[in-house]
Design a protein around this ligand. Structure first.
Ligand code: S3P
Length: 446
């Protein structure tokens, strides 16, 4: 499939978005571990969460979707007594694979975690090594990639608690280890070198797990430390939550409005967890006009409404903890940078190479094809913006966020932007195209 986008009228209107991807993944999986029935409103029904739900079915968990309302019966994964490994297909979703690895490790259930060729090439050593240190019997390929084989433990055998410094700020790794720590025979302490998203900590606390998180900045270095004491008998309270709209999906509309002259849009009910709002901070330093109103909490997660008005932007510099707080937003941020006057420098962002595509080299290659001046660096990129986007035919590289970012680039291009292999957009933002068209975007089949 190909999507084509061209400049059109200003964007205007008001939208609400599907639920946050990270919170949806956690809600489905944690609910399966809880003691009773959980109710989850505004669950993200999309490719990435579908693989999580299907994996839970394979593990014997009963769940039901009524539109975007998810009902999960907890505890079904327990005491299955399986000795035969069940194969769980995680599709293209690193979150599904890494989170499931932690949960099944706690329970000692034998599984094989596998996925698409893309997922098979993503790094898994980051979870394999610490899980082994906890006593998990886990095997990976010689390159430390999937398929991952997790072997059964003897019934009742607990894992060892972990005291661990994460080498990278990764919420997927942190969550994997915290879930495994639920099955340990003592408290686990994790320290991370950056403020990775803390949805797991918030949700586990809401489920009555004894967990504390301390985070701050000392000598210009960010620190975050999480303590988790496993509950007796693995007791987690069921969830009853409404998931905020996904700020990572909102990001495409925010940038679309900021770069299309005359635009003014409102996005209601967006998640505003400070570990996720790096893009808003970055855009504001570039001169963006973004107003936050109606700030509130939904079950421990901050949220609010955003009003975005078109505004000329200036280049900026992004590094350190800001990169972590906008790690999924770099492809669309690059489009804002291409539009902004002057240089934008992104550094200390090497993790981008291990996402759904290599979000440094694939992003730079596709931007260059559109006529954007961009220089690839080992740990980021430099964009000389404000010189126009020419247009042309580009490819998604099987990456939903790269595909959506390139479609948005079409809104300011001199010629049509055609994005090949764009069916992938539904992976995390179902209705992306329809929402953009409703707001006034000129987007059609390429
Ligand atoms: C996620 C964490 C991030 C992010 C991914 C979702 C999560 O990955 O890129 O899309 O839900 O925990 P890392 O934790 O590996 O940086």
């Amino acid at each position: 499939m190909r999507i084509a986008a061209v400049p059109g009228s200003p964007l205007s209107g008001q939208v609400s978005l599907p639920g946050d991807k990270s919170i949806s993944h956690r809600a489905a999986l944690f609910a399966a571990l809880a003691d009773g029935e959980s109710q989850v409103d505004n669950f993200l029904v999309a490719g990435v969460t579908q693989v999580m739900l299907e994996a839970l079915s394979e593990l014997g968990v009963a769940w039901k979707l009524e539109g975007s309302h998810l009902i999960v019966q907890g505890r079904a994964m327990y005491g299955g007594g399986q000795t035969e490994a069940v194969v769980l297909n995680c599709g293209n979703s690193g979150t599904t694979m890494r989170l499931l690895a932690g949960a099944v490790s706690a329970l000692g259930i034998p599984v094989v975690l596998d996925g698409s060729p893309g997922l098979r090439s993503r790094p898994m050593k980051r979870i394999v090594e610490p899980l082994r240190a906890m006593g998990v019997l886990i095997e990976a390929s010689p390159q430390n990639t999937a398929p991952l084989v997790i072997n059964a433990r003897s019934p009742g055998e607990k894992l060892k608690p972990l005291d661990y410094d994460l080498p990278i700020a990764s919420a997927q790794v942190k969550t994997c280890l915290l879930l495994a720590a639920l099955g340990a025979n003592g408290p686990t302490v994790l320290r991370e070198p950056g403020p990775s998203r803390d949805h797991t900590e918030r949700m586990l606390r809401a489920m009555n797990v004894d967990l504390t998180r301390r985070a701050g900045i000392t000598d210009n270095n960010h620190f975050a430390e999480v303590h988790l004491a496993p509950p007796e008998n693995h007791d987690l309270s069921p969830l009853s939550i409404k998931i905020p709209g996904d700020i990572s999906s909102a990001a495409f509309l925010i940038v679309a409005a900021l770069i299309t002259p005359g635009s003014r849009i409102t996005i209601q009910g967006v998640g505003l967890n400070p570990t996720r709002t790096g893009l808003l901070d970055a855009l504001q330093t570039m001169g963006a006009d973004i107003k936050v109103s109606n700030q509130r909490h939904s079950h421990g997660e901050p949220m609010g409404d955003l009003e975005i008005n078109y505004q000329p932007l200036l280049g900026t510099q992004i590094s350190g903890s800001l990169v972590v707080r906008m790690i999924d937003e770099m492809p669309i941020f690059a489009i804002a940078a291409a539009h902004a006057q002057g240089r934008t420098v992104v550094s200390q962002a090497g993790e981008l190479r291990y996402k759904e595509s290599d979000r440094i080299s694939d992003l730079c290659r596709e931007l260059r094809r559109l006529g954007v001046k961009v220089e690839e660096k080992p740990d980021g990129f430099i964009i000389s913006g404000g010189e126009g986007v020419r247009g042309g035919v580009v490819d998604s590289h099987g990456d939903h966020r790269l595909a959506m970012a390139l479609v948005v680039a079409g809104l300011i291009a001199q010629e049509t932007v055609v994005v090949q292999n764009s069916e992938i957009v539904g992976e995390s933002f179902p209705g992306f195209r329809e929402v953009l068209v409703d707001l006034g975007g000129d987007i059609h089949n390429g």
